[in-house]
Design a protein. Structure first.
Ligand SMILES: Nc1ncnc2c1ncn2[C@@H]1O[C@H](COP(=O)(O)OP(=O)(O)OP(=O)(O)O)[C@@H](O)[C@H]1O
Ligand SMILES: [Mg+2]
Length: 327
């Protein structure tokens, strides 16, 4: 990608302290993210895919400043996200927003859609009544909630799941965000509605230059919407690059497993891997003491070295990188 990234993540590590199995066991440290680094450029979408518990939402929560990272940094416009205060923090809260998985709990049931839009416009743009109304209607029209005068007066319970996600996106637009962290925004929607929301996000990206970090389990929607993709396994980036290169020519055994599990007629010939499913439950629990590749236990092509060292990144295509000893 050319130009400067709008949002960067540098060597992010996140440890959580968790209690043991019973009252007498010691506290344990769970490493949810291990050395995660990436850039998001203006007007691009970067997908993060991986199985449940691999750390996808933790990235969003750190970006929303719910947690401080154990080590590493997040940078917005070159500034350290977790050091912002005062006006810088206010600007960050305006420019970086998140859309959640559950459209039924992200809007306040007691307030109309207009109210959800009015508050941030008043807060961030200090407009008069007429300008506020104009901006609210513009945002609703942009996300396809038309006619805005009718849709804006509705309460969340009067909208479908897809319409609620649209209303939430309208709110993000009204705030004036440039970077949107979308944590599985379509996974609770009906398949037929999913495409509409993805197309809307695509429109915001292409026409308005918004940047997205798109989190999903679903590699097919990642390919549809994202420009680049990161495959995360147990908090480790195992493969990343241009979405087409990674999806059509996956190199890491885990990416191959993930992709071979999703049906796609374009991609025949990708043999199903013989992974060891019996150790599935161990995968999401990584600790700082552990060394090696986190996929080692399940990997059908694991080498001796995989249990002791996690490899450096290797470039395996024009814009495709992998961390695997076998490749
Ligand atoms: N506040 C917390 N305290 C302790 N452990 C946590 C906390 N938040 C997350 N974790 C653990 O960190 C790991 C990553 O969680 P995260 O929610 O990021 O996963 P995810 O990839 O978003 O999963 P899913 O696809 O199910 O949403 C999990 O093992 C989870 O149990
Ligand atoms: Mg999650």
């Amino acid at each position: 990608m050319s130009g400067n990234p709008i949002f960067s993540v540098k060597n992010l590590v996140m440890d959580f302290s968790i209690s043991g199995k019973n009252f007498f066991s010691k506290q344990q440290t769970l490493r949810a993210l291990n050395d995660v680094s990436f850039d998001i450029y203006p007007g691009e979408s970067l997908a993060v895919v991986g199985e449940s518990g691999c750390g996808k939402s933790t990235i969003c929560r750190i970006a929303m400043r719910f947690y401080n990272p154990t080590s590493g940094k997040m940078l917005f416009d070159g500034g350290d996200v977790h050091a912002f205060s005062g006006d810088e923090l206010r600007k960050y809260r305006q420019k970086v927003q998140m859309i959640f998985q559950d459209p039924f709990s992200s809007l306040n049931p007691l307030h109309s859609i207009y109210y959800h839009l009015k508050r941030p416009i008043e807060l961030y743009h200090k407009c008069d009544k007429i300008e506020t109304k104009k901006r609210m209607d513009e945002a609703l029209s942009l996300v396809g909630l038309v006619p805005p005068e009718e849709q804006g007066k509705k309460f969340p319970h009067q909208l479908s799941g897809g319409q609620r996600q649209r209303a939430f996106l309208a709110r993000i637009l009204a705030i004036g965000a440039d970077v949107i962290f979308a944590d599985e925004p379509t996974s609770m929607l009906d398949v037929s509605i999913r495409l509409g929301v993805l197309n809307l996000m695509n429109k915001l990206k292409k026409d308005m230059g918004k940047s997205f970090l798109y989190i999903t389990h679903d590699i097919a929607t990642a390919r549809y919407f994202a420009d680049r993709i990161i495959v995360l396994y147990s908090g480790h980036m195992v493969e990343w690059g241009d979405v087409d290169s990674v999806v059509l020519n996956p190199k890491h055994p885990y990416t191959r497993l993930l992709i071979s599990a999703a049906p796609d007629p374009e991609r025949d010939g990708l043999a199903k891997l013989d992974v060891k499913e019996d150790v599935e439950n161990e995968v999401s629990f990584w600790t700082p003491e552990k060394k090696g590749c986190p996929f080692y236990n399940r990997c059908p092509v694991a080498l001796e070295i995989c249990s002791i060292s996690f490899p450096d990144e290797k470039m395996v295509g024009d814009n495709q990188f992998v961390r695997c000893h076998y490749v």
